[in-house]
Design a protein around this ligand. Structure first.
Ligand code: FAD
Length: 84
């Protein structure tokens, strides 16, 4: 999950690149982005052709609070929907 709900493109080290942070909707974009990333690794496309800008990995602020928020929210939704 990312703070702006958008995936990330990182250059982690020389020759190590990644797309991540699909926010629970990664099956279709993961497939499409993976194909593009493969073309990038092969040198067929440049940074400018990628669907996301390069950003640096950042630690999530108040991560424990956010985790608790999503966990409680998910539990409540499942508990409520299980009753109907
Ligand atoms: C419970 C759940 C429900 C979801 N529901 C949806 C949904 O309804 N719709 C949707 O679009 N998305 C959904 N997602 C998100 C979606 O599954 C992911 O965004 C997507 O699978 C990410 O694809 P990926 O190829 O980047 O990573 P992954 O699918 O996680 O693939 C990474 C692969 O790399 C392997 N691997 C990891 N480390 C190593 C290593 N060191 N050496 C070798 N192999 C390694 C792993 O075993 C794995 O097979 C859901 C996710 C979860 C957990």
């Amino acid at each position: 999950m990312t703070s702006n709900n958008l995936p990330r493109f990182h250059k982690l080290a020389r020759g190590v690149v990644s797309f991540s942070g699909y926010n629970g909707r990664g099956i279709a974009p993961g497939t499409a982005f993976g194909r593009t990333l493969a073309r990038f690794v092969l040198g067929e496309v440049s940074d400018a052709d990628l669907p996301l800008p390069v950003t640096k990995p950042e630690a999530v602020r108040i991560r424990a609070v956010k985790e608790a928020y999503y966990e409680v929210g998910a539990q409540v939704v499942h508990a409520v929907t299980a009753r109907f």
